[in-house]
Ligand binder design. Structure first.
Ligand code: DX5
Ligand code: ZN
Length: 223
């Protein structure tokens, strides 16, 4: 499956977002990853739906919206102009009516993603496969950038790829989010991931430019 990169916009210099989006457009990225938090599902608050709509007006790069909020279905009226390249990803643990919420995402015209916390087993989504386009494997506990990968989540990627392929869902993509460093990205790719959220430990690593970091990550994941 083709590798794709999705820079995590919560890791940008928020005083310089427009400039950094131009750099990302120039180097070429597949998505812009936007984390939405509510201080309930996760103990933090980051970007807003206004930020999403502002970014959408600025760029044609598809958006990869990661909802770390309880009852995400109650916010869908806020996302303007979703298109079939965009991803809206909800957490399995965040709503009682997962299947209904996935169907609502598709009705918005976006691709439906389901995110699993490190402690949530892959078997929980077995009856949802026909409603899913992407599974996001959280490789850290959601809520903060700059954390270290949880080792058990790496094998989880491999088991998930196997489960999907054996069930005939070879087109469902696996996204990884959390400490997707240059070293970890290589392992995650080998385990079966193909969408890589690049945050503080890769794309926005301060040791090099955003452009050079993107090129390096692309090389590592066989872009
Ligand atoms: C964390 C967010 C991630 C975060 C990744 O809950 O979902 O997207 O920004 O940042 P790093 O790569 O620093 O872990
Ligand atoms: Zn995220």
């Amino acid at each position: 499956m083709k590798s794709k990169i999705s820079p995590s916009m919560m890791c940008t210099d928020l005083m310089n977002v427009e400039e950094e989006i131009s750099v990302l457009e120039e180097v070429g990225v597949d998505y812009l990853h936007i984390d939405i938090m509510d201080n309930h599902f996760v103990p933090n608050i980051t970007l807003s739906t206004d930020f999403i709509n502002a970014v959408r007006n600025k760029t044609s790069v598809p958006l990869d919206i990661h909802l770390m909020i309880n009852n995400p279905e109650k916010t869908f009226h806020l996302y303007k102009g979703c298109n079939k390249q965009d991803i809206i990803c909800i957490h399995y643990e965040a709503t009682k009516h997962v299947q209904r919420t996935l169907v609502m995402i598709k009705k918005l015209g976006a691709r439906a993603g389901i995110a699993l916390n490190p402690g949530t087993p892959i078997c929980m989504i077995e009856d949802l496969l026909s409603d899913i386009d992407i599974v996001l494997v959280m490789t850290v506990n959601p809520g903060f950038a700059g954390q270290k990968v949880i080792p058990s989540t790496l094998d989880k990627i491999e088991r998930l790829r196997k489960l999907l392929d054996q069930a005939g869902y070879t087109d469902i993509e696996i996204e990884v989010d959390g400490n997707v460093s240059f070293e970890n990205a290589k392992i995650m790719r080998e385990k079966g991931a193909n969408i890589f959220v690049g945050g503080t430990s890769s794309i926005f690593n301060k040791d090099a430019s955003i452009s050079d970091n993107c090129k390096r990550l692309k090389k590592i994941v066989g872009y």
